[in-house]
Every structure is written in C-alpha cells, then in structure tokens.
Design a protein around this ligand. Structure first.
Ligand code: 5CA
Length: 437
C-alpha cells in the first residue's frame, strides 16, 4: 500500500477529549472515529489490527474444537423473558420495538439465544460435548462510556458457549477454554493473568477474568508476583495437564476488588511478593451449570434414561478492547510498537523523497515490489514530507520493522530497523529473511 493513497486521517494535535494513551493514539493516527457517545467507526488502520486479533482468537478457538457460527445482533425479547433476565438486565439493554410492535433488543450477550438454538436440535447425551462460538457486535448502554473503545457501548466480542452432560465434563470444557485463552494472549504478546472473579449478570459460581496489567486499567489487582513466573508453554490439552494448569494458577493469590480480602492477602502472600496494581479485563469466562438450560427447558436424554438440563458455560473476549489494551502495553515514550502478530503492516519503507533526486523513490518502489512479490504486507511512505516528520509519524503508527531509503543506504544494502533497536545495513534478501522469521 502506498501511504499517499491510504485513508489515514492523522490529527496534528493530541485530541483533548481522550484521557488515556490508547484512546489518544487511536484518534490521532486515524484508527477509529467516534460516531456518537460510545459508538465508533473503525477506519482502515484500526480495522486491520482488529481483524488480525480476531483471526488469532478464531484459530485458537478452532484448535480446541470450538465451532464458529454467527448469531444476529438483534434478538427477540421472548427468550429473555423465559430466562428471567429481561427485567434483571436493566437499562444497559437497548430495547427496540419492530413495526409490528414486537419487543426486540440489541444483544448485550447471547446465553439465551444459543440455548434456544441448542434446545431445538440437540436431544441426547450422545451429541455432547459441544462448543460453539461467534464473533459479533454487542451493545450495552453503559452509564458512562469512556476511554474510547475500552468501555464503549457498541463493541466487538468473541463469545463461546459450552454444553456438557454433567458438572465434571463441563469443568473439562472450562479448562480447555482457559488453556485456549492463555495461548491466545501469548500469541498477542500479552501476559494475561486469570483471576478468580464475581459473575455479575451472567451468573454461576465459577468464573475467571483474564487481566493484563496496565496503569490505566479500571480493575484493581491484588496478586502474588510469582503467578507471573508460570510458564504457560508447559501445558497441553490432555486432561492431566489441564488440571495441573488450573491448580498451578489457583495456588497463587490473584484477585480483583470484588474478591479482595486484606487479611487473606496478608496471610497468603509474603509482603515482598505482594503486587497492588491496575489491570484491564480482556476476557471473562463463566461456568453456570443449568442457570439458562433449566428455565429455557434445554434438556437432553441422560445415559440412564432420564432427561436432564444441559450444563453450560460462557466465555467472552473483548476483541475490540484488545486493540486498546495492546496500545496501553506497547506505547511508551511516544513510540508505539505493535506485536508482529497483529501489526497493521509487516514493514514500512520510509523513503526520502526529494524533488531534485528521484533515485530514492525509484529504489523504494523496486524494494516495495519485491516485498509484495514475497507476500509481505508492506506500506511505502511515498509522501513528500521531510524525514524527521516522517519518523515522528511512524513512531506513532508503530509498524515494528522499518526500511529507510535515503542517504545512508548503499547500492544493494538498505538501512533496516526494528523499532527500539539501532538501524543496520542489510541486503534485501537478508531483510526478507528477518521479516519472515
Ligand atoms: N456472556 C459472557 C461471556 S461470553 C459475557 O458477556 N462476559 S463479559 O460481560 O465479561 O464480557 C466479555 C468481555 O467483553 C469482557 O471481558 C471485556 O473484555 C469485553 N467488554 C465487556 N463490556 C465492554 C464494553 N462496554 N466495552 C468494550 N469491551 C467490553
């Protein structure tokens, strides 16, 4: 892509309405644009990053056998009346009437709808277990939307739902999801810590929030610092390993405000190991057994002949919130560096455009064509602007690799830089190898 042709509405000044750095950066470099309070359009640069995150989430969910589907954003109020949540959910739910006067709503979550789908086709224990998920927009009419896409009204969520015959089997599904989340966050370059949590309007008695540490997070975190030493690469999908994973994590104290107890904290964690900090909730998983299957009459034939309500869990990831969370953790001292797995481009060519010397641009185009041939997603900065302004701009856009084509480049060797390290002179072949590795 040529920068001169890219839709990238850069703002000159820091947007004053934004309070945290992810919100500031996303507006500044044109990743998003607010359309009304807590509702945003995703512009090409922001959309590209979000789609890459979505793709990692999808791959990791598929890897544990979850099946992707797509449910609508608009739901009928009837199923919510059946579960009893229509009234309980309160003002966060956006309620709509269609032209026939039927009560509808914009889905804040999908427990009811998925249970209704499931009960209409699955009748026997023989078809269990099942895990279904979709990645879809949600709407919650938050009292105080804030921090850009971190706490907004319309947001993009991956929500998965598990169905099992009994508690024991359901715990295995829960553990698989737990494992899938750890892998996902590792691929996103994030250290997310699972913390025992309250269940709120979703319900149930077993729940974990996945939190990444960030000063601007909305959750207070109380943890034993040794939890950060757990090596998540050790685990696999065998039952034994998954149980070990759960017991390793639960052996360390790590909770948010709702579960915090000062005495307990001091008793269980040595003073030197205590961490009190802030974090961002990027995922939340729940086990609630028959909370929805019972009122919605979602029954399956048990091995022993009787009919039992299916045991369910639900598992959310804030896909759009993750874009902000990644900025909060990777944007420091006015320099952004996207993890390679989700960077909007693999590499940027920063070309010294000079009216009297067309050589740089010609060389840049040659390099650009070669990288494209190699299926490398490359942005060429072909804008007529001085180099120091260009460097400043790319510090914000955050593409992790830069090829600088100007006075220092030699005939077949170019200045190549990984953000945060010094530039080195490399041949195009060496550059391609570095990017591909
Ligand atoms: N049904 C369950 C799990 S599928 C559920 O809705 N869980 S949740 O309420 O915890 O939301 C899941 C994730 O969505 C959260 O962990 C968070 O990352 C994201 N999220 C929730 N509310 C918002 C919001 N207002 N703005 C942005 N992201 C949000």
């Amino acid at each position: 892509m040529l920068l001169s042709k890219t839709f990238l509405p850069f703002l000159k000044d820091l947007p004053s309405e934004a309070k945290i750095k992810s919100h500031q950066l996303m507006l500044r470099i044109g990743m998003i644009k607010q359309s009304s309070a807590g509702i945003y359009s995703w512009l090409p640069l922001g959309f590209k990053v979000m789609k890459k995150i979505e793709s990692i989430v999808r791959q990791e969910q598929n890897d544990i056998g979850a099946q992707e589907m797509l449910m609508p954003t608009i739901q009928s109020a009837d199923i919510w009346k059946e579960s009893g949540r229509y009234n309980d959910y309160g003002e966060e739910m956006l309620r709509i009437k269609d032209r026939q006067g039927r009560e509808m709503l914009y889905g804040p979550t999908n427990e009811e709808l998925i249970t209704e789908i499931f009960r209409s086709s699955i009748k026997s224990y023989k078809s269990l277990p099942q895990m279904l998920y979709h990645i879809q927009w949600k709407f919650r009419d938050e009292v105080r939307p804030r921090f850009g896409i971190m706490r907004c009204r319309e947001f993009y969520m991956k929500d998965a739902y598990s169905f099992d015959i009994n508690d024991e089997e359901a715990k295995k599904s829960y553990n698989k999801m737990f494992y899938s989340y750890l892998k996902m966050f590792t691929r996103l370059g994030l250290k997310a810590i699972p913390m025992a949590a309250d269940t709120g309007p979703i319900g149930g008695d077993l729940s974990h929030e996945f939190i990444i540490l960030a000063d601007t997070g909305e959750s207070n975190i109380y943890a034993d610092k040794n939890i950060f030493e757990i090596n998540t690469d050790e685990y696999d999908l065998s039952e034994k390993s998954l149980e070990k994973m759960r017991s390793d994590f639960s052996s360390f104290y790590a909770v948010t405000d709702e579960k915090f107890d000062k005495n307990d904290f001091n008793l269980k964690v040595k003073k030197d190991d205590q961490i009190l900090t802030k974090g961002i909730e990027v995922g939340h998983i729940f086990y609630f057994g028959d909370k929805y299957s019972k009122p919605l009459n979602c029954l399956v034939d048990h091995q022993e002949g009787k009919k039992v309500p299916v045991k369910m869990g639900s598992y959310g990831i804030g896909v759009s919130r993750l874009v902000g969370a990644l900025i909060e953790t990777n944007f420091q001292n006015d320099i952004m560096k996207w993890p390679k797995s989700v960077s909007p481009y693999d590499v940027v060519i920063i070309s010294n455009i000079n009216k009297n010397n067309k050589q740089s641009l010609q060389t840049s185009i040659k390099v650009y064509n070669e990288l494209q041939k190699q299926k490398i997603d490359v942005l060429l900065d072909d804008v007529d602007e001085n180099m120091s302004a260009k460097f400043k701009k790319h510090d914000l856009i955050g593409i992790p690799y830069q090829i600088i084509i100007g006075s220092k480049s030699e005939k077949d060797r170019f200045e190549f830089k990984e953000v945060g390290t010094d530039a080195i002179l490399l041949s195009l072949k060496e550059i391609i190898e570095k990017i591909k590795n």
